[in-house]
Design a protein around this ligand. Sequence first.
Ligand SMILES: [Zn+2]
Length: 260
Amino acid sequence: MKRGLLKTEAVILNSHDFGESDRIISFYTRGHGRMSGIAKGARRSRKRFVGNLDVLSHITLIFFRSGKSDLVRVEDAALIEGFAGLKSGIERLSEACYLLELVSEMTAEGQAMPSVFEMLLEFIGMLDAGGETSVIMRAFEAKLLSVLGYRPCLDVCVACKKDYGQAERLFFSSEKGGAVCAGCAQGECGLIEITAGTARFLAAAERIEAAKLVRLKPAQAFLDESERLLYDFIRRQTGRELKTKKFIGKLRNFQAAGGR
Ligand SMILES: [Zn+2]
């Protein structure tokens, strides 16, 4: 692990006050993966970091790593993109924060994965630009799982490896990590019933370049089923509920009940 004064691009995943005047910040960086740092005096001297340490911000980060602690010292942060558009709406903001929590929960600290950094930045940018939220979210989940080595098997039945064709009844098993045909599903527990269209949509969303996602026009039912199965699968990997996902659920219930 490199030591000394270092520079990298970063997205801020989380930030909280520490002691009288400091902040502890969690970053996903291009060069060093996920890491945490302390910004000394960040709360006292606003002019030093002027809002550049806000959650979601894309920054150029200069930090010092002594090697004695996992926590680096934040020396400077210059804003590249603040995603101001996202911060004006609670729905998109909470979806963007869910992407941050996913990356935070699913990646290992100190393991550089530039592709995860690029993907996070690109997808936050798409949310900020006003793209179709549910397609963006499901594609990010599918792609992140794939990059991290948890790619779900969606083209064939994960158990018998046969093409499920136009089978009307299909299932998803988080335990087995893929689609399960009706024959193999017999006697199995914890399966989620899905349609073949959902499995095909997700397989396509995982493969297609992010910029071409607009070409996918999945039915709402495919999106709903995808959300359910992906979250079940993700929860199995993280071993716990994600706070932002619970918040999104509450927000939807509130809006469905007529609140705004
Ligand atoms: Zn099968």
